[in-house]
Design a protein around this ligand. Structure first.
Ligand code: NDP
Length: 237
């Protein structure tokens, strides 16, 4: 069955790959990012018709509310939500500035809470499925990523709790935790050294994360799960 799928952070990287795969499966996509032109361009590049690109900063409640008003008015009721908007400001804790800490927490954690709240309202009568994008460092921790890791670990607790809260309405909530994936976010990393820590011996591709997201969105009996998509990285952390 074709559904309306809303993908935050859909203009680039993992969110773009998720949008593409969902569009290939026949779902209608609304994808959002702060950069409106980028969101619109990605929406236009997707297979199929009637996809929409909107601008929205997930860390701002009024922008999230406005985005959902637009989505409901122009496209209808949301069936799938994917939270792929995220940033990092990696630094040792002693060097981290509080404004950077707040930016990371507000985008990665509060942002997903706000979009889930709005989406769950949409899903109360017809059910639906949500996938949040966490990280292997939320599961395992990593020096130099205390704040980012906390934002992603928080998202895990949020995912499990929300899954319990809304299961009776046939709304499922899961989390995909990627390892090192080729996107703008990892472009500055020294890849040669990093791949030595990955059992499969390479970075992952956004499309490989998208496969896991699709699986969870379309699996009617899975909720409250954390699925690592990391080439085995967590085994050595
Ligand atoms: P990219 O930097 O490639 O893409 C991030 C996306 O999020 C862009 O579309 C960006 O658009 C959007 N975004 C950022 N901030 C906001 C905001 N405040 N409001 C709305 N949209 C926003 O990152 P990835 O694709 O790599 O990351 C996607 C998710 O996966 C993130 O949550 C990240 O933490 C997580 N992840 C990534 C890993 C990796 O190795 N790449 C590993 C583990 C987890 P714009 O800038 O225009 O707003």
């Amino acid at each position: 069955m074709s559904r309306l799928a809303v993908v935050f952070g859909g203009s680039r990287g993992i969110g773009r790959a998720v949008s593409k795969l969902l569009a290939q499966r026949g779902h209608r996509i609304v994808l959002l990012s702060r950069n409106k032109e980028a969101a619109q361009a990605t929406a236009q590049s997707l297979p199929g018709e009637n996809h929409l690109g909107l601008s929205c900063d997930v860390s701002k409640e009024e922008e999230v509310q406005k985005a959902f008003e637009t989505i409901n008015k122009t496209c209808g009721t949301v069936g799938f939500l994917v939270n792929a908007a995220g940033i990092n400001r990696d630094a040792l804790l002693l060097r981290s500035k509080s404004e950077d800490m707040l930016s990371v927490l507000h985008t990665n954690l509060l942002g997903s809470m706000l979009t889930c709240k709005a989406a769950v309202r949409n899903m109360l009568s017809h059910g639906g499925a949500i996938v949040n994008i966490g990280s292997v460092v939320g599961v395992k921790g990593n020096a130099g990523q205390c704040v980012y890791s906390a934002s992603k670990a928080g998202l895990e607790g949020f995912t499990r709790s929300l899954a319990k809260e809304v299961a009776s309405r046939n709304i499922r909530v899961n989390l995909v935790a990627p390892g090192l994936i080729h996107t703008d976010m990892t472009a500055g990393l020294a890849e040669e050294a990093a791949v030595r820590t990955i059992p499969l011996g390479r970075f992952g591709e956004p499309a490989e994360v998208a496969q896991a997201v699709l699986f969870l969105l379309e699996s009617p009996y899975i909720t409250g799960q954390i699925l690592l998509v990391d080439g085995g990285l967590q085994l050595l952390m």
